[in-house]
Design a protein around this ligand. Sequence first.
Ligand SMILES: [Zn+2]
Length: 294
Amino acid sequence: MAFSRFSTAIDPAWFADEPRPSNACGLAIQWLGTAGFRVMAGGQHFWLDPHLSRHSLSDLAFGKIEPRLDQIAADVDAADAVAVGHSHFDHALDAPAIAAKTGARVYGSSDTLNWCRGYGLPESQLVELHGQGESFRQGPFELKAILSAHSPILAGRVPLPGRIDAILRGPARYTRWRVGLTFGLHLNTAAGSVYHLGSANLVEAELSGITADILLCCTVGRQSVPNFTRRAVAALQPKLVIPCHWDQFWRPLDGATRQIPGNDLAGFLREVADCPSAPSVRVLPIRGWAVWRA
Ligand SMILES: [Zn+2]
Protein backbone atom coordinates (compact mmCIF):
# COMPACT_ATOMS: atom_id res chain seq x y z
CA MET A 1 0.00 0.00 0.00
CA ALA A 2 1.36 3.44 -0.88
CA PHE A 3 0.94 6.21 1.67
CA SER A 4 0.63 9.67 0.21
CA ARG A 5 1.03 12.62 2.51
CA PHE A 6 -2.73 13.02 2.43
CA SER A 7 -3.48 9.44 3.42
CA THR A 8 -5.47 8.91 6.62
CA ALA A 9 -4.69 5.18 6.67
CA ILE A 10 -2.10 3.63 8.98
CA ASP A 11 0.30 0.89 7.98
CA PRO A 12 0.10 -1.67 10.84
CA ALA A 13 3.78 -2.39 10.16
CA TRP A 14 4.59 1.02 11.68
CA PHE A 15 3.34 -0.08 15.10
CA ALA A 16 5.90 -1.33 17.62
CA ASP A 17 4.55 -1.80 21.12
CA GLU A 18 5.14 -4.32 23.87
CA PRO A 19 3.15 -5.81 26.76
CA ARG A 20 2.42 -3.64 29.78
CA PRO A 21 5.49 -3.86 32.02
CA SER A 22 5.35 -4.55 35.75
CA ASN A 23 5.34 -1.67 38.23
CA ALA A 24 8.95 -2.51 39.01
CA CYS A 25 10.08 -1.37 35.57
CA GLY A 26 12.34 1.69 35.54
CA LEU A 27 10.58 3.87 32.94
CA ALA A 28 7.76 3.08 30.53
CA ILE A 29 5.38 5.07 28.35
CA GLN A 30 1.81 4.34 27.31
CA TRP A 31 0.12 6.33 24.54
CA LEU A 32 -3.61 6.96 24.89
CA GLY A 33 -4.44 8.80 21.69
CA THR A 34 -4.24 12.54 20.94
CA ALA A 35 -1.28 13.94 22.96
CA GLY A 36 -2.17 11.78 25.96
CA PHE A 37 0.41 9.62 27.70
CA ARG A 38 0.97 7.77 30.92
CA VAL A 39 4.59 7.80 32.10
CA MET A 40 5.31 5.06 34.63
CA ALA A 41 8.42 5.08 36.83
CA GLY A 42 9.18 3.55 40.19
CA GLY A 43 5.64 2.17 40.38
CA GLN A 44 4.07 5.64 40.03
CA HIS A 45 1.91 6.91 37.18
CA PHE A 46 2.23 10.42 35.75
CA TRP A 47 -0.33 11.34 33.09
CA LEU A 48 0.35 13.97 30.45
CA ASP A 49 -2.50 15.67 28.50
CA PRO A 50 -4.81 12.66 28.94
CA HIS A 51 -7.76 12.78 26.51
CA LEU A 52 -9.86 9.67 26.91
CA SER A 53 -13.31 11.33 26.57
CA ARG A 54 -13.34 11.53 22.83
CA HIS A 55 -16.34 13.37 21.40
CA SER A 56 -17.66 12.97 17.88
CA LEU A 57 -17.55 15.79 15.37
CA SER A 58 -21.29 16.24 15.70
CA ASP A 59 -21.02 16.44 19.52
CA LEU A 60 -18.28 19.03 19.08
CA ALA A 61 -20.21 21.00 16.47
CA PHE A 62 -23.59 21.03 18.15
CA GLY A 63 -23.27 19.87 21.75
CA LYS A 64 -21.60 20.60 25.06
CA ILE A 65 -18.80 18.40 26.31
CA GLU A 66 -17.56 17.12 29.65
CA PRO A 67 -15.36 14.25 30.83
CA ARG A 68 -16.81 10.79 30.14
CA LEU A 69 -16.42 8.95 33.41
CA ASP A 70 -17.05 5.52 31.89
CA GLN A 71 -14.07 5.95 29.57
CA ILE A 72 -11.88 7.27 32.36
CA ALA A 73 -12.85 4.37 34.62
CA ALA A 74 -11.95 1.94 31.82
CA ASP A 75 -8.45 3.32 31.23
CA VAL A 76 -7.22 4.95 34.43
CA ASP A 77 -6.33 2.22 36.92
CA ALA A 78 -3.81 4.42 38.76
CA ALA A 79 -2.73 8.05 38.69
CA ASP A 80 -0.41 9.94 41.01
CA ALA A 81 -0.23 13.14 38.98
CA VAL A 82 -1.51 14.75 35.80
CA ALA A 83 0.21 17.59 33.93
CA VAL A 84 -1.36 19.62 31.15
CA GLY A 85 0.66 21.40 28.45
CA HIS A 86 -2.10 23.70 27.18
CA SER A 87 -5.79 24.15 27.81
CA HIS A 88 -7.55 23.13 24.59
CA PHE A 89 -10.23 20.54 25.34
CA ASP A 90 -8.29 17.72 23.71
CA HIS A 91 -5.49 18.25 26.25
CA ALA A 92 -7.16 19.56 29.42
CA LEU A 93 -10.70 18.16 29.48
CA ASP A 94 -10.06 14.97 31.46
CA ALA A 95 -7.43 16.17 33.93
CA PRO A 96 -9.82 17.09 36.78
CA ALA A 97 -11.94 13.95 36.37
CA ILE A 98 -8.85 11.73 36.62
CA ALA A 99 -7.72 13.69 39.67
CA ALA A 100 -11.17 13.46 41.28
CA LYS A 101 -11.20 9.69 40.80
CA THR A 102 -7.67 9.02 42.04
CA GLY A 103 -6.64 11.91 44.30
CA ALA A 104 -3.85 12.80 41.84
CA ARG A 105 -2.42 16.30 41.74
CA VAL A 106 -2.99 18.40 38.61
CA TYR A 107 -0.12 20.55 37.34
CA GLY A 108 -1.26 23.17 34.84
CA SER A 109 -1.51 26.82 33.88
CA SER A 110 -3.99 29.10 35.64
CA ASP A 111 -6.20 28.46 32.58
CA THR A 112 -6.23 24.70 33.16
CA LEU A 113 -6.67 25.19 36.90
CA ASN A 114 -9.75 27.38 36.33
CA TRP A 115 -11.32 24.42 34.57
CA CYS A 116 -10.27 22.11 37.42
CA ARG A 117 -11.85 24.51 39.95
CA GLY A 118 -15.05 24.58 37.90
CA TYR A 119 -15.06 20.78 38.02
CA GLY A 120 -14.87 20.96 41.81
CA LEU A 121 -11.29 19.95 42.56
CA PRO A 122 -9.96 21.37 45.85
CA GLU A 123 -7.00 23.76 45.81
CA SER A 124 -4.97 21.12 47.68
CA GLN A 125 -4.84 19.07 44.43
CA LEU A 126 -3.84 21.98 42.16
CA VAL A 127 -0.33 23.15 41.33
CA GLU A 128 0.06 26.16 39.04
CA LEU A 129 2.67 26.12 36.29
CA HIS A 130 4.16 29.36 34.97
CA GLY A 131 6.59 27.97 32.41
CA GLN A 132 9.61 29.68 33.89
CA GLY A 133 11.64 26.54 34.35
CA GLU A 134 10.18 25.86 37.81
CA SER A 135 10.44 22.27 38.92
CA PHE A 136 8.46 19.99 41.20
CA ARG A 137 9.30 16.72 42.90
CA GLN A 138 6.50 14.16 42.52
CA GLY A 139 7.55 10.76 43.84
CA PRO A 140 10.21 9.39 41.46
CA PHE A 141 9.59 12.23 38.97
CA GLU A 142 10.94 15.73 38.70
CA LEU A 143 8.58 17.84 36.55
CA LYS A 144 9.79 20.99 34.82
CA ALA A 145 7.42 23.26 32.88
CA ILE A 146 9.07 25.05 29.98
CA LEU A 147 7.43 27.86 28.08
CA SER A 148 6.56 26.68 24.59
CA ALA A 149 4.21 27.72 21.79
CA HIS A 150 1.17 26.30 20.07
CA SER A 151 1.48 25.66 16.35
CA PRO A 152 -0.39 28.13 14.12
CA ILE A 153 -2.29 25.24 12.62
CA LEU A 154 -5.39 27.10 11.49
CA ALA A 155 -4.39 29.00 8.33
CA GLY A 156 -1.40 30.49 10.17
CA ARG A 157 -3.24 31.12 13.43
CA VAL A 158 -3.45 29.35 16.77
CA PRO A 159 -6.99 27.96 17.17
CA LEU A 160 -9.08 29.19 20.12
CA PRO A 161 -6.57 31.80 21.29
CA GLY A 162 -6.85 33.57 24.63
CA ARG A 163 -7.12 32.58 28.26
CA ILE A 164 -9.52 30.82 30.61
CA ASP A 165 -9.48 33.64 33.12
CA ALA A 166 -12.58 32.75 35.10
CA ILE A 167 -13.80 29.50 36.59
CA LEU A 168 -15.08 27.25 33.81
CA ARG A 169 -17.84 24.76 34.54
CA GLY A 170 -18.94 21.92 32.28
CA PRO A 171 -20.68 20.74 30.30
CA ALA A 172 -19.69 23.51 27.92
CA ARG A 173 -19.02 24.15 24.27
CA TYR A 174 -15.53 22.98 23.29
CA THR A 175 -14.71 26.56 22.28
CA ARG A 176 -14.62 27.52 25.99
CA TRP A 177 -11.30 25.68 26.40
CA ARG A 178 -9.01 28.48 25.17
CA VAL A 179 -5.37 27.64 24.56
CA GLY A 180 -3.98 29.48 27.64
CA LEU A 181 -0.27 29.23 28.33
CA THR A 182 1.58 26.53 26.40
CA PHE A 183 4.31 24.43 28.01
CA GLY A 184 6.69 21.68 27.16
CA LEU A 185 6.67 19.16 30.03
CA HIS A 186 9.98 17.65 31.10
CA LEU A 187 9.90 14.60 33.36
CA ASN A 188 13.18 13.43 34.80
CA THR A 189 13.55 10.09 36.59
CA ALA A 190 16.47 7.99 37.79
CA ALA A 191 15.93 5.69 34.79
CA GLY A 192 15.72 8.34 32.06
CA SER A 193 14.01 11.55 30.98
CA VAL A 194 11.01 12.44 28.85
CA TYR A 195 9.97 15.64 27.06
CA HIS A 196 6.34 16.10 26.07
CA LEU A 197 5.72 18.49 23.20
CA GLY A 198 1.94 18.46 22.95
CA SER A 199 1.74 21.00 20.13
CA ALA A 200 4.08 21.05 17.15
CA ASN A 201 6.03 24.20 17.91
CA LEU A 202 8.90 25.12 20.19
CA VAL A 203 10.81 28.06 21.63
CA GLU A 204 14.45 27.10 21.37
CA ALA A 205 15.59 29.94 23.62
CA GLU A 206 13.72 28.27 26.51
CA LEU A 207 15.40 24.92 25.90
CA SER A 208 19.04 25.69 26.60
CA GLY A 209 20.40 22.98 28.88
CA ILE A 210 17.29 20.80 28.42
CA THR A 211 17.64 17.38 26.78
CA ALA A 212 15.59 14.21 27.03
CA ASP A 213 16.04 10.52 26.30
CA ILE A 214 12.50 10.26 24.92
CA LEU A 215 10.64 12.93 22.96
CA LEU A 216 6.84 12.61 22.88
CA CYS A 217 6.22 14.66 19.79
CA CYS A 218 3.02 16.14 18.38
CA THR A 219 2.96 15.76 14.61
CA VAL A 220 -0.22 17.53 13.52
CA GLY A 221 0.33 21.11 12.44
CA ARG A 222 4.11 20.74 12.16
CA GLN A 223 3.99 21.83 8.51
CA SER A 224 3.03 25.31 9.75
CA VAL A 225 6.35 25.61 11.63
CA PRO A 226 9.48 25.64 9.40
CA ASN A 227 11.75 22.62 9.96
CA PHE A 228 9.86 21.71 13.12
CA THR A 229 10.97 18.08 13.38
CA ARG A 230 14.63 18.74 12.72
CA ARG A 231 14.66 21.68 15.17
CA ALA A 232 12.91 19.74 17.94
CA VAL A 233 15.35 16.84 17.62
CA ALA A 234 18.35 19.18 17.42
CA ALA A 235 17.25 21.07 20.55
CA LEU A 236 16.31 18.10 22.75
CA GLN A 237 18.72 15.41 21.45
CA PRO A 238 16.34 12.48 22.11
CA LYS A 239 17.43 8.89 21.58
CA LEU A 240 13.83 7.82 20.99
CA VAL A 241 10.94 9.74 19.42
CA ILE A 242 7.31 8.67 19.92
CA PRO A 243 4.90 10.58 17.66
CA CYS A 244 1.49 11.64 18.96
CA HIS A 245 -1.51 13.79 18.06
CA TRP A 246 -1.67 12.17 14.64
CA ASP A 247 -4.92 10.28 15.19
CA GLN A 248 -8.47 11.46 14.54
CA PHE A 249 -9.31 12.23 18.17
CA TRP A 250 -13.01 12.62 17.38
CA ARG A 251 -13.30 8.89 16.65
CA PRO A 252 -13.83 6.36 19.48
CA LEU A 253 -10.73 5.09 21.28
CA ASP A 254 -11.77 1.55 20.53
CA GLY A 255 -12.47 1.93 16.83
CA ALA A 256 -10.06 1.87 13.92
CA THR A 257 -7.32 4.50 14.30
CA ARG A 258 -7.08 6.93 11.39
CA GLN A 259 -4.73 9.82 10.78
CA ILE A 260 -5.84 13.43 10.82
CA PRO A 261 -5.99 14.47 7.14
CA GLY A 262 -2.69 16.02 6.07
CA ASN A 263 -0.81 14.78 9.16
CA ASP A 264 1.57 12.67 7.04
CA LEU A 265 2.98 10.28 9.64
CA ALA A 266 5.09 8.56 6.98
CA GLY A 267 6.68 11.94 6.25
CA PHE A 268 7.36 12.48 9.96
CA LEU A 269 9.14 9.13 10.20
CA ARG A 270 11.35 10.18 7.28
CA GLU A 271 12.01 13.59 8.86
CA VAL A 272 13.23 11.91 12.08
CA ALA A 273 15.38 9.43 10.13
CA ASP A 274 16.97 12.35 8.25
CA CYS A 275 18.04 14.16 11.46
CA PRO A 276 21.83 14.14 11.90
CA SER A 277 21.53 12.37 15.27
CA ALA A 278 19.07 9.82 13.74
CA PRO A 279 17.13 8.91 16.91
CA SER A 280 15.03 5.79 16.79
CA VAL A 281 11.31 6.29 16.41
CA ARG A 282 8.41 4.15 17.58
CA VAL A 283 4.78 4.48 16.61
CA LEU A 284 2.57 3.15 19.39
CA PRO A 285 -0.98 1.97 18.82
CA ILE A 286 -3.58 3.44 21.17
CA ARG A 287 -2.94 1.97 24.65
CA GLY A 288 0.41 0.60 23.43
CA TRP A 289 3.48 0.58 25.70
CA ALA A 290 7.14 1.30 25.17
CA VAL A 291 9.65 0.32 27.85
CA TRP A 292 12.76 2.49 28.01
CA ARG A 293 16.05 0.63 27.99
CA ALA A 294 18.95 3.04 28.25
ZN1 LIG B 1 -4.15 22.64 20.95
